[in-house]
Design a protein around this ligand. Structure first.
Ligand code: BDR
Ligand code: CA
Length: 315
């Protein structure tokens, strides 16, 4: 079994990634690091704790990560995030409060310690901004080679961004941090909008969750329906809502869901360039060994069907 750390900005699709990881037989979820992003960091941490308890995974620890990007002093949730994920990050649904506490150790130190302990067995899986990993790399550059595999949800290589024409939301939160990660983290797989926008869930699937009758199924269906409604209202996609974050978890352990393009990448950090935050090939490394890849195609029908099976098992 792989050891996995999820770095989440929970967040509705982050909540799905959490459920998927808990249900997967090949994944030993050793901890959650919280990030700012879809909401304030303490809110996303509390959401992850509450959801873990709801799903019966009360032994998985949650750690605080960065509360803002590496180039700012502060962070406030974007209005559009509240429209997509609800004011509380989980579709304005009241998930019962966990009695557990967030760990004392910082998420950055937990990541560094886990990289040394598990090395090639460790999968680090960020589904929010890349600030936590960039801070960890700054503190201990050795983890760039130590972590077995880093599979991230973020970026857009072959399709437009969802924040600007070039920028996807997670990368947009901290392009400088993302660039550090793209340059220094080996064995990186980018699972971006190129593939995640092809994996859609509808109310047909959430109706089947609700029919299971459990409290967790009911709450997850309410949370997901908020997200599906937001996708339709905001005219992002009227056919369904994207399974961004759970797709990244799935391909980390089942890479045959995707086709990838081997490519060393960078993130544009020139604020004046008009494409600040863009994920793109690194021309300075065209002659060097390729250490990262980007997902460009996904077997979407198979993934969505398998995702639904997993949710019916977990809920
Ligand atoms: C990504 O941005 C966040 O809002 C989602 O949770 C997902 O990780 C999609 O661009
Ligand atoms: Ca996310």
């Amino acid at each position: 079994r792989y050891k996995m750390i999820l770095d989440l900005d929970t967040g509705i699709d982050d909540a799905l990634a959490l459920a998927y990881a808990i249900g997967h037989d090949d994944i030993d979820l050793i901890g959650i690091i919280a990030s700012y992003g879809n909401n304030l960091m303490p809110v996303t941490a509390a959401n992850s704790l509450n959801l873990l308890d709801l799903l019966g995974a009360k032994d998985v620890p949650v750690f605080h990560g960065a509360a803002h990007s590496t180039t700012t002093e502060d962070f406030d949730t974007m209005p559009v995030s509240k429209l997509i994920h609800g004011k509380n990050g989980v579709g304005n649904v009241d998930v019962p409060k966990s009695k557990r506490q967030v760990e004392q150790q910082s998420g950055i130190d937990f990541l560094i310690e886990s990289a040394h302990q598990y090395q090639e067995k460790l999968i680090y899986l960020p589904t929010g901004p890349l600030t936590n990993l960039a801070l960890a790399l700054k503190k201990d550059p050795a983890i760039g080679q130590l972590i077995g595999q880093t599979t991230l949800m973020g970026g857009a290589l072959t399709v437009p961004g969802n924040v600007t024409p070039f920028t996807e939301a997670n990368i947009n939160q901290d392009p400088e941090a993302a660039n550090t990660v793209f340059k220094e983290q080996e064995r990186l797989t980018m699972v971006g909008l190129d593939v995640t926008l092809r994996t859609l869930l509808t109310k047909k699937e959430t109706a089947a969750w609700r029919a299971l009758g459990s409290k967790k199924a009911q709450l997850y269906a309410d949370i997901m329906d908020f997200y599906i409604d937001a996708y339709a209202t905001l005219d992002i996609d009227k056919r369904g809502a994207a399974l961004h974050d759970p797709l990244a978890v799935a391909v980390a352990v089942q890479p045959d869901y995707i086709d990838t393009l081997p490519l060393n990448m960078i993130v544009t950090t020139d604020r004046e360039s008009g494409d600040y935050g863009r994920t793109i090939g690194d021309t300075s490394k065209l002659l060097e060994p390729v250490t990262s890849k980007a997902a460009i195609l996904v077997d979407q029908d198979r993934f969505v069907a398998d995702f639904q099976k997993m949710m019916l098992k977990v809920l």
